[in-house]
Design a protein around this ligand. Structure first.
Ligand code: NI
Length: 129
């Protein structure tokens, strides 16, 4: 049944960090929400851009670009798209709630990544409870 989804309720339905839930799909894309805190891993999506919207808190995204490394800082309500082929590392020093928009099947750790610690979920997103 196609019904409206409250993002607050979707986020309240799970506790796992760095473990996105798919709230809806748009054509071949997932809209995912995640609770994040601490550091994710450096990784790259070779074939797709990745859209971030910060719903609450603050998200830092490290980027390795041709000119060097930099970090963008997103506050609540801010969006940023990481271009395909760009190594990036999301970090939320004090925690954040984020929304991601990316092709269904996109892995959280991309096509190439550094060693993944146990607290980072390697997933293409989970269905909502
Ligand atoms: Ni990514």
């Amino acid at each position: 049944m196609n019904e409206p989804i409250a993002l607050d309720q979707a986020l309240a339905s799970f506790d796992a960090l760095w473990s996105p839930r798919i709230v809806t799909r748009v054509n071949d894309y997932d809209v995912r929400v995640a609770k994040v805190e601490g550091e994710h891993v450096w990784h790259v999506h070779d074939d797709t851009d990745e859209f971030f919207l910060v719903l609450d808190g603050e998200l830092h995204i490290g980027l390795r670009e041709s000119g060097g490394e930099r970090t963008v800082v997103l506050g609540k309500g801010e969006v940023f798209t990481v271009p395909r082929g760009t190594f990036h590392k999301p970090v939320a020093p004090h925690g954040a709630r984020i929304l991601l928009f990316e092709p269904s099947g996109t892995l959280t750790v991309g096509d190439r990544h550094e060693e993944v610690p146990a607290y980072v979920d390697v997933t293409t997103g989970h269905e909502l409870g």
